[in-house]
Design a binder for this molecule. Structure first.
Ligand code: 13P
Length: 256
């Protein structure tokens, strides 16, 4: 297999430090030592939970990475409420979600912001998980692939092939997030194949074949197998089902 699967839990705005430590400990306790040979796993808690979660995982020597849900592109300065790449790096973050649809729709994040964040993360040695996805209106228009591929191009503008090797793209149709309505495996595959074709245009087919494309949107133990069976889906970005250790562990197992 060309690509190692990646299972990522996006906790969104859930779990206080105390709760995060408990959930991380439960995940760690149920995590088998040899799984990292077959799957990369990352939890993405809120900023304040990153260090406590990392500490639990380091203490247990559990090979689950931590990732942030957002970052600012400037290295430092007067940006009240923001967090820099260096701050994430020092904690040991290996991944950072950027361009999640909730940030785009609720907090005004634009393609240009996403692009700046991707540049800053790559320069800082943190793998961006670039989220893309269409609304229901766009899907009903029949232009989902076009829309999503334009988001991919905008997010990765100015990144050259040499810098792109750790980029992850997450396809999250907005109408499937938190709704219990999953894209069918065929719908998800069609868009993920179009994303890979776009990555091939940008970086060449050889590199595009190694980059991971995740599906996100109501992924759960009932639909994960059929989604992962698709040739261009290399894992998941999971919201609701990542908030319980047992369901998250089930999704990790589906990647083995
Ligand atoms: P749900 O799995 O809760 O639908 O959330 C998906 C998501 O937005 C992950 O980033």
């Amino acid at each position: 297999m060309l690509r190692k699967p990646l299972m990522a839990g996006n906790w969104k705005m859930n779990n206080t430090v105390g709760e995060a430590v408990v959930l991380t400990q439960e995940i760690s306790n149920n995590f088998e030592r040899d799984w990292p040979d077959h799957v990369d796993v990352v939890v993405c808690p809120p900023f304040v939970d990153l260090k406590p979660a990392k500490t639990v995982l380091e203490f247990d020597r559990t090979k689950v990475a931590v990732g942030a849900q957002n970052v600012h592109w400037e290295p430092a300065g007067a940006y009240t409420g923001e967090i820099s790449v260096a701050m994430l790096k020092e904690i040991g973050c290996e991944y950072c979600i950027v361009g999640h649809s909730e940030r785009r729709t609720m907090f005004g994040e634009t393609n240009e912001h996403v692009n700046r964040k991707v540049h800053a993360l790559i320069e800082g040695g943190i793998a961006p998980i670039v989220c893309v996805g269409e609304s229901l209106a766009v899907r009903d228009d029949g232009t989902a692939e076009e829309f999503v591929c334009a988001q991919v191009r905008a997010a990765l503008a100015g990144i050259d092939a040499g810098a792109a090797k750790d980029v992850v793209v997450a396809y999250e149709p907005i109408w499937a997030i938190g709704t219990g309505r999953t894209a069918t495996p065929e719908q998800a595959q069609a868009v993920c194949a179009a994303i890979r074709a776009t990555l091939a245009e940008l970086f060449g087919a050889e590199l595009a074949d190694t980059l991971r494309i995740l599906y996100g949107g109501s992924m759960n133990v009932g639909n994960v197998d059929s989604l992962l069976a698709q040739p261009d889906i290399d894992g998941g970005l999971v919201g609701g089902a990542s908030l319980k250790a047992s369901s998250f562990i089930d999704l990790v197992k589906a990647c083995l």
